[in-house]
Design a protein around this ligand. Structure first.
Ligand SMILES: O=C(O)CCC(=O)C(=O)O
Length: 255
């Protein structure tokens, strides 16, 4: 099924589960074009990015690129994809009103070296009140249990923010302290995806992913983050946290 518009059924599922999958949201000619643009960005723009905007599993090895931040700031096509697109329209539908496009990210888990994503809620990083935001995760490769598909805890967006603490994972500095509880384990759902599938989750939905255990298959995705216009950011606390984190990562030799 080509689910280009979010039907009432999909919206209902998003509200019940805290996540939804739109299969082949990017398809046809659009998909190879997007993949080529991402490859070009990685080749030509990433080498010039500051260490805070491009993370590597091993910073001395460019083949281990694992995350890029704020891609829209460096490329007009990605800026448009984030800000003036059906991705934004979808975010406005799900959040019931105008949104602020916040970030476009690249997530990669290279074969054999891509590390796990700790269980977390994006809202813990966003520091919003009210915590109204969505993250979109667009698969660029086919992703399954072997190469680390995203796993969501169904219904967790209705149970508030859990306690997080610092992790040693570059790019995912906070993880849920007591994960998994019995309920978490019972309600965790793996979401395999094909290249072009779009997964969307609420900022309160608990999610995680395993590392890439395939010796050959890559595991790349784009992340698009939208805040509701109703959400207020504690921008001073957020900037202070980002500064502290960057200093810590530099001191640990990770960036
Ligand atoms: O790609 C991943 O492993 C995790 C992505 C994620 O946590 C997110 O998009 O919020």
């Amino acid at each position: 099924m080509n689910e280009k518009t979010l039907s009432g059924e999909l919206q209902r599922r998003f509200e019940t589960d805290g996540f939804v999958a739109l299969r082949q949201f990017v398809a046809g000619r659009e998909l190879p074009e997007l993949l080529a643009n991402v490859d070009q960005f990685v080749r030509e723009v990433v080498p010039q990015l500051s260490p805070e905007h491009a993370f590597y599993e091993d910073k001395t090895d460019p083949a281990t690129l694992k995350q890029i931040q704020n891609m829209g700031d460096y490329d007009p096509q990605f800026h448009e994809m984030l800000t003036a697109s059906r991705f934004r329209e979808m975010a406005e539908t799900l959040l019931h009103g105008p949104v602020v496009p916040k970030n476009m990210q690249y997530f990669s888990k290279p074969p054999g070296v891509g590390s796990p994503t700790p269980p977390h809620q994006d809202g813990y990083y966003f520091m919003l009140d009210p915590c109204e935001a969505v993250t979109m995760w667009l698969a660029l490769d086919d992703v399954d249990a072997e190469n680390g598909c995203v796993r969501y805890v169904s219904g967790s967006h209705n149970r508030g923010m859990r306690e997080h603490s610092r992790t040693q994972t570059l790019g995912f500095s906070q993880g849920i302290v007591d994960y998994p509880t019995t309920d978490d384990a019972a309600q965790e759902v793996p979401l395999p995806a094909k290249s072009g599938d779009l997964l969307i989750h609420s900022a309160l939905t608990i999610h995680r992913a395993d590392g890439n255990q395939s010796p050959t298959r890559s595991r790349r995705a784009l992340g698009l983050v939208y805040y509701s216009e109703r959400a207020r950011t504690d921008s001073v606390a957020h900037a202070a946290y980002q500064r502290r984190l960057a200093e810590d990562m530099k001191a640990a030799g990770k960036i």
